[in-house]
Write a protein that binds this ligand. Structure first.
Ligand code: ADP
Length: 169
C-alpha cells in the first residue's frame, strides 16, 4: 500500500522553511498532497488561488523524481475529511521552536479524536530555516526589507507585486 501524506497549511506565502519540510517529507512517503487551506484564525495576505499557485510554482522547481510524487490542492473544510477523501494515512506538520508546540499538539490530538488512525508526523525544522515564518516575511517586505533569504525569487516578486497593488488601491 502506498503511503500517502498530506501537508496542510496556509502557505501565505510558501517559504524556504515550508520547502524544506516538503523535501524532507518526500524521503518518507510515496505521495505528498500539499493542501493549501483556510486558517479561520488568520487573515490571509494572498488569496487562496495565489497561495496555491505559488506552491505549485515552487514544487515545479523540485527535481523531477520528487515533483512527480507531489500534488498541490486547495481545500476548505475539515482536514480529517479531506484526508479520508484522499485516503491519506498521515498528516505532516513542521515544528519550529517551542512556540509552535502548544498549537500543534492540540491540533494533532483533536484530529486524532476525529479520525483515530490518522497519524500526525512532526518534522523538526532544519537549523537554516527554523526562524522563517510567513508572517515575518510579510512584515519585513512591507517595510521594504530584503526577504531573499526566506522565500524563492518568484515568491519575492509576488510579494512585491501584491504590495504595489495595495499601495495603488
Ligand atoms: P497554518 O496556518 O496551518 O499553521 P502555515 O503555512 O503557517 O499554516 O504552516 C504550515 C506548517 O508548516 C505548520 O506545521 C508550520 O509549523 C510549518 N512551518 C512553517 N514554517 C516553517 C519553518 N520555517 N520550518 C518548519 N516548519 C514550518
Amino acid at each position: 500500500m502506498s503511503h500517502i501524506a498530506i501537508y496542510p497549511g496556509s502557505f501565505d506565502p510558501i517559504t524556504l522553511g515550508h520547502l524544506d519540510i516538503i523535501q524532507r517529507s518526500l524521503e518518507l512517503v510515496d505521495e505528498l498532497i500539499i493542501a493549501v487551506g483556510v486558517n479561520p484564525s488568520k487573515t490571509s495576505f494572498f488569496s487562496i488561488d495565489e497561495r496555491t499557485e505559488m506552491v505549485r510554482e515552487s514544487v515545479a522547481a523540485l527535481p523531477s523524481d520528487k515533483r512527480e510524487a507531489v500534488r498541490v490542492e486547495a481545500f476548505d473544510g475539515l482536514l480529517v475529511h479531506f484526508a479520508q477523501q484522499k485516503k491519506a494515512q498521515t498528516i505532516i506538520r513542521g515544528l519550529r521552536a517551542v512556540s509552535d508546540f502548544e498549537y500543534e499538539f492540540q491540533m494533532a490530538a483533536m484530529n486524532r479524536k476525529l479520525h483515530a488512525s490518522l497519524e500526525t508526523l512532526f518534522l523538526m525544522a532544519s537549523d537554516h530555516t527554523q526562524f522563517i515564518a510567513s508572517r515575518y516575511v510579510k512584515e519585513i517586505a512591507r517595510m521594504q526589507g530584503d526577504v531573499s533569504q526566506f522565500v524563492t525569487p518568484a515568491v519575492q516578486a509576488r510579494i512585491q507585486g501584491k504590495l504595489q497593488e495595495e499601495s495603488v488601491a
